[in-house]
Design a protein. Sequence first.
Length: 192
Amino acid sequence: MRYYILFGPPGAGKGTHAGAIASKYNLKHISTGELLRAEIAAGSELGIQAKELIAAGSLVPDEVVEGMIENAFNTIKGVDGFLLDGFPRTLPQAEALDAILAKRGEKVDGVISIMIPDSLVYERIAGRAKIEGRADDASPEVIAHRIETYHAQTEPLKEYYRNAGKYHEVNGYPGTIEQNRDRVLALVDTIW
Ligand code: ATP
Ligand code: MG
């Protein structure tokens, strides 16, 4: 099995391009954000715990997302690998992922990092808020907190994966969604 990570700030286009990568390489796309939103919609215990943290633009506890990921690895069959979107987002999560994979005799194959500047994060999320109605897209303060959280907790992963020789970056702007998708797919081709 192969394990790829889609990395980048909120609004970089991870969710937008994940489908094209996953279908081209027969990977299962797993978005921890989408899984958490499904838990909230279902009103589960986990969803109730996560709801306010997410609405505030904070991260949910590492153990919660690590459990969701391990569960997905254990239950999803019939694919050649996984495309992780929104996980890992902290150094402890990255270390936990390495440990989860090591137990299975596996490893992270590559990190596909889509980069956009902070100014574009605001622009894209404001546009998306009107379409998708996500609580955490609604206010500039919450978006600002997510950007802060990204820089403080998630960005250090660049160094972690660079040191492992697994970090590959592409610009998620400018251009149309199709042009960006083609750039991302071209990058994935080079590391497949
Ligand atoms: P995108 O714009 O690609 O959707 P995002 O950061 O705006 O990226 P999601 O990845 O959908 O949004 O995540 C939404 C929220 O879910 C995060 O702000 C956080 O509260 C929670 N979350 C998702 N993944 C994790 C994770 N790996 N660790 C902790 N919290 C997470
Ligand atoms: Mg997403």
